[in-house]
Design a protein around this ligand. Structure first.
Ligand code: 5AD
Ligand code: SF4
Length: 421
């Protein structure tokens, strides 16, 4: 989401304020740092980084801090680093064109207004676009700072979403990534009075867009993966067959303490149902280890789910205590840091072994790839429908095309082969 927010900021500044992007810090008239506050470390890094920017920037260049840490710390950022020119929260990025010229501006309201999502179209790579379908989050996962930085969950009207995707398709995009903290609770609440809507229905609306070939989304919540959604996901040929299912923990009692709303069995049931309907499905996940109170037995439940589902990619995190979260009340049950680190390592090792077993099975297979980029070494790369990253020798003629590639080499995270058609 932050990546897309950054692209929107860039597009707005290019359209309304005549800025262009530079990769050289010393040349910049404006330096923007877009921040995440989900875990503590990046927040700590923020002040040392902006200090460095302040030293290196050219005379008169402005510095802006945007994103979740901006929402969370607000004016304190300017108090602590007075050379920061403006602060813009995660839900206010459409105001970038206004605050950029106001020294000391702090815009961090989490009030809603649909016009907040009408951005200039960001130029991502030419073949894909990302579109926010909702903002905020109504869940109360006890470890998570997001509801307090991004506010209550509000869905963006379906017709606005379709129009935005259509615009990108008209300029050559064939793939869309739908973004929200909790995409499959889409349609519960809009900023205007209108009937409820469902994520499944939105997927159906979007798949009617001609020339749009691939639909992806992140993140869905395992709790809301009902049968209707799973069936649409399985049968709709435009939906990419790679799904993110954030597990967080495999222990039912830790899931309860996290207030995730599902059990280990529910998660396994949903994953197996998906796998049964879609043999080529790839599943990615997020896991937090060392949540307060996590015993060896709880952690073994997580490993058990990992061993049963055999995720294709795992984003692992060690629990990080965050302000404004319920889990702070559990601080007496904190897991010692060395145990947390050992669990993280064990998880990473097990996952590595899974990939070392599964990836070589792709050798000899022919996969269909949307070629997206050309590298200086004469290789092209792109993704399959189930989101394998694939490399092959090739030229710019292949860019934007779907081509068949026969795989003859694998790593743990990518495939390599020869273009056959
Ligand atoms: N500590 C560690 N990881 C966290 N995440 C969210 N909050 C925390 C936290 N306090 C992880 C979750 C989420 C991902 C985006 O970040 O796994 O899915
Ligand atoms: Fe945070 Fe839970 Fe909302 Fe995800 S669903 S953003 S983890 S509160």
């Amino acid at each position: 989401m932050n990546d897309t927010d950054s692209k929107h900021i860039q597009a707005e500044l290019e359209k309304h304020k005549d800025y262009t992007k530079t990769d050289k810090l010393e040349e910049a008239d404006l330096i923007i740092i877009n921040t995440c506050s989900v875990r503590e470390k990046p927040v700590q890094k923020l002040f040392s980084e902006i200090g460095q920017f302040n030293k290196k920037k050219k005379d008169g260049a402005k510095i802006g801090v945007c994103g979740c840490t901006a929402s969370h710390l607000g004016n304190d950022i300017i108090k602590r680093a007075p050379y920061v020119d403006f602060v813009l929260g995660a839900r206010n990025i459409s105001k970038i064109k206004d605050v950029v010229d106001i020294k000391g501006a702090v815009e961090i309201s989490i009030e809603n207004d649909d016009s907040n999502y009408e951005f200039a179209t960001p130029s991502t790579n030419n073949y894909r676009t990302s579109v926010n379908i909702s903002v905020g989050c109504d869940k109360e996962c006890t470890y998570c700072i997001v509801p307090s930085t991004r506010g209550e969950e509000i869905s963006i009207p379906p017709e606005m979403i379709v129009t935005q995707i259509q615009k990108a398709v008209d300029t050559g995009a064939v793939e869309v990534m739908l973004l929200g903290q909790n995409v499959n609770s889409y349609g519960k609440r809009f900023s205007d009075k209108r009937a409820k809507y469902s994520f499944t229905k939105l997927l159906q609306d979007i798949s009617k867009i001609e020339k749009l070939e691939r639909i992806r989304f992140t993140s869905p919540h395992p709790l809301h993966m009902d049968d209707e959604f799973i069936e649409e996901f399985a049968k709709n040929p435009k939906i990419s067959k790679c799904i993110h299912m954030p597990l967080q923990s495999g222990s039912t009692s830790i899931l309860k303490a996290m207030k995730r709303g599902y059990t280990k069995d529910w998660f396994l049931n949903r994953a197996f149902k998906l796998r049964e309907l879609i043999p080529e499905l790839r599943i990615t996940t997020d896991i937090i280890v060392a949540f307060p109170g996590e015993s060896d037995e709880d952690f073994n439940d997580t490993l058990d789910v990992v061993n049963q589902v055999k995720f294709d990619q795992i984003f692992n995190f060690k629990y990080s205590a965050r302000p404004n979260t319920k889990a702070l009340e559990l601080s007496d049950f904190e897991v010692p840091n060395d145990i947390g680190s050992a669990r993280l390592e064990e998880l990473i090792e097990i996952h590595k072994r899974h990939l070392e077993q599964s990836m070589p099975k792709m050798i000899g297979e022919t996969v269909n790839v949307l070629v997206e980029s050309l590298k200086p070494n004469g290789e092209v790369s792109g993704y399959t429908d189930n989101y394998f990253l694939v490399f092959a020798k090739g030229s710019d003629e292949l860019l934007g095309k779907f081509v068949d590639i026969k795989i003859n080499e694998v790593t743990r995270t990518s495939l390599k082969g020869v273009v056959v058609a």
